[in-house]
Design a protein around this ligand. Structure first.
Ligand code: BES
Ligand code: MN
Ligand code: ZN
Length: 494
């Protein structure tokens, strides 16, 4: 989909469809008023007749109005004028695209960026319109023998009554980049485990490196062996697919600027291993690489935006399968950091691959490390699909990530990493064990990771509840690409 922003008059816009807003009580937005005047008050007449209520998200499509350049006009209800908040704006934009997709329109000009939305700026409105447009055309049927027809809508113009400034133009470019990153993250997440293997993820990273001038390095199992990554390797023992440790480097900042390292859990299928998961919904464990997918999506987005920042992606990728060679409950392994780990449950494998990747991350001399992982079912119970769980060993970093998530409509919520929880990981036989009991499952998982991140500023995002949707709308969400991209954009602005 193609996006642009420009100054135009709604009645003169040559477009398959012009989209205008109407508040409750039949109050027209300034652009709609201008349009109405040129159209011999045809909108006002509809209002008087009662055909146009302005209820939030209601739509009315009109065709071939006289004295108007566009073929159609879509009127969208905006609700009460003084109550237009962020959530309502998103509902309005969603309703707009739903209505546009019912037509054969190939392009549309939207007069929605001029609306006043409580506590939100122009950049935010542009961002959300672009992301919701991209969301509305996303399809998951590429592996069906007869995929449905592609939506007709190709081109979106954001119409403004005033000339848009540089920041608005930048917002369009950045939002499109984020949309591309989200699409990549969704596509990778939705692919089945028999296609999206660690090898496949490594190939995707290499492709992106070639097309976007990044540096990709793929470590094989023998390389990991030499580095002493026995915790990571213990997870892949039961799999026929070779594990990979993928790194992708984007150097957009000054040479001496320390990078942000993003570490993404890339479990391309998590059966639980010998601690086998129950069968119901086990297919959804193909999504256990969504952390990795969000890191790749974010790398694509920042490369497209050409952000002046250094970012390194580190992606440990493997399967977790039961097999004669698989790790067993009670096995003890030595991590790259030298800490010994008693594997009491082979299904707590994410932390086992992440701990070695987090130790490895230190070689990039990071300013900040953020790991992103579908780490615990407990996080789904705690926060559901609304917010990702956030943990950090530094308050300012936590605040920055929370703020980025709030702004990007990709929320996170902080959970504690208090010392009191650490003893749940005490083992009689090793330096620590890989599970801490049922209580505070997301916290003890984060505590486990914190043992390996003492040397740098670090945050952990548990995206188990937010990375994909289950049920009828099953599919990857592309989260938390918006949060991560926004965090990096904000860092550049500082
Ligand atoms: N990938 C899962 C976490 C998960 C489960 C995410 C369900 C989304 C939905 C992870 O590897 C896992 O299995 N975690 C265990 C940890 C437990 C054994 C301590 C869990 O949450 O049950
Ligand atoms: Mn697991
Ligand atoms: Zn897992």
């Amino acid at each position: 989909m193609e996006f642009s922003i420009k100054q135009t008059s709604p009645e003169k816009a040559r477009s398959a469809c012009v989209v205008l807003g109407v508040y409750e009580g039949g109050i027209l937005t300034p652009s709609a008023q201008v349009f109405d005047k040129s159209a011999a008050h045809q909108l006002s007449k509809l209002i008087t007749r009662g055909d146009l209520t302005g209820k939030t998200g209601s739509t009315v499509m009109l065709h071939n109005l006289s004295k108007i350049e566009s073929e159609r006009v879509l009127l969208v209800g905006l609700g009460k004028q003084d109550e237009l908040n962020a959530k309502q704006f998103l509902d309005i934009v969603r309703a707009t695209f739903a209505a546009l997709h019912k037509t054969i329109c190939k392009d549309a000009t939207l007069f929605l960026t001029d609306l006043t939305v409580q506590d939100r700026d122009e950049t935010w409105k542009i961002n959300q319109i672009v992301l919701l447009a991209a969301e509305s055309i996303y399809r998951t049927d590429s592996l069906k023998s007869k995929p449905a027809d592609k939506p007709a809508l190709r081109k979106i113009v954001l119409g403004c009554t005033k000339k848009p400034g540089n920041s608005a133009q930048t917002a369009v470019i950045q939002a499109s980049a984020i949309a591309h990153g989200m699409k990549l993250a969704k596509d990778l997440g939705n692919l089945p485990g028999n296609i999206c293997t660690p090898t496949y993820l490594a190939e995707q990273a290499q492709k992106m490196a070639e097309s976007h001038k990044l540096r990709a390095t793929i470590l094989e199992e023998k390389d990991m062996e030499k580095l002493g990554m026995h915790s990571l390797l213990s997870v892949t023992r039961g799999s026929r697919q070779p594990a990979k440790l993928i790194t992708l480097e984007y150097r957009g900042g000054e040479k001496k600027q320390k990078p942000v390292v993003l570490v993404g859990k890339g479990l391309t299928f998590d059966s639980g291993g010998i601690s086998l998961k129950p069968g119901g919904e086990m297919d959804e464990m193909k999504y256990d690489m969504c952390g990795a997918a969000s890191v790749l999506g974010t790398m694509l987005a920042i490369a497209e935006m050409k952000l002046p920042i250094n970012v390194v992606a580190v992606i440990p990728s493997s399967e977790n399968m039961p097999d004669g060679a698989a790790s067993k409950p009670g096995d003890i392994v030595t991590s790259m950091a030298g800490l010994t780990i008693e594997i009491l449950n082979t299904d707590a494998e994410g932390r086992l691959i992440l701990c070695d990747a987090l130790t490895y991350a230190a070689r990039f001399e990071p300013d900040t490390v953020v790991d992103i992982a579908t780490l615990t079912g407990a996080c789904v119970i705690a926060l559901g699909g609304v917010a990702s769980g956030l943990f950090s060993n530094q308050e300012q970093l936590a605040r920055d990530l929370l703020a980025a998530g709030d702004y990007a409509n990709d929320k996170a919520w902080q959970l504690p990493l208090w010392e009191e929880y650490q003893s749940q990981l005490d083992s009689n036989f090793a330096d620590l064990q890989n599970i801490g009991g049922r209580a505070a499952g997301s916290v003890t998982a984060a505590c486990f990771l914190s043992r390996f991140t003492k040397d740098y500023r670090w945050a952990h995002l548990d995206i188990a509840g937010t990375a994909w949707k289950s049920g009828k709308d099953k599919g990857s969400t592309g989260r938390p690409v918006p949060l991560l991209a926004q965090y990096l954009i904000n860092r550049c602005a500082k």
